[in-house]
Design a protein around this ligand. Structure first.
Ligand code: HEC
Length: 124
């Protein structure tokens, strides 16, 4: 019986194709795993940034440029006794909606505004 010379090549070709498929599936899986890891890491970081409710820190990074790191004022007014002028609710309103030349809205997200207002309302 004469051997068909094409068959060994066909087998190699089939194995090769299977190999490519297997490798790409494994590769996709790994890519997914990496993407998920990156996503997870990113979310964690965001959470950490968004989660700081330490009002002194929030003030330092969002308000101190105008009101001074020690609250004694600068471009914005002195806030060391702001709690005797405004209630917590009024301070939160100022933080969320601005006042005069203090730009309104988006300075800090609502939960941080709440923490800041509470903190500032105690400054009397
Ligand atoms: C771009 C500068 C600027 C930034 C940033 C800023 N403020 Fe002000 N703030 C002002 C100015 C100016 C006023 C005075 C507005 C007016 O009465 O016309 C003011 C007023 C206030 C008042 C009312 C004080 C008073 O006696 O009338 C409070 C409370 C206040 N700011 C809190 C904050 C807090 C909290 C932050 C950070 C989330 C902040 N501000 C960020 C400029 C700023």
């Amino acid at each position: 019986m004469k051997k068909n010379p094409v068959i060994p090549y066909a087998i190699i070709a089939v194995i090769g194709i299977l190999l490519v498929i297997v490798v790409s599936i494994v590769g996709l899986d790994q890519q997914k795993a990496i993407e998920e890891q990156e996503k997870g890491g990113g979310e964690k970081q965001e959470q950490q940034e968004g989660a700081t409710t330490d009002p002194a820190k929030i003030f330092e990074s969002n308000c101190a440029s105008c009101h001074g790191a020690d609250l004694t004022g600068g471009v914005g007014p002195d806030l060391t006794k702001v709690g005797s002028r405004y209630s917590k609710k009024e301070i939160k309103d100022i933080i969320m909606n601005g006042k005069g030349s203090m730009m309104p809205g988006g300075l800090v997200p609502e939960p941080q505004a709440e923490a800041l207002a509470k903190w500032l309302a105690e400054k009397k």
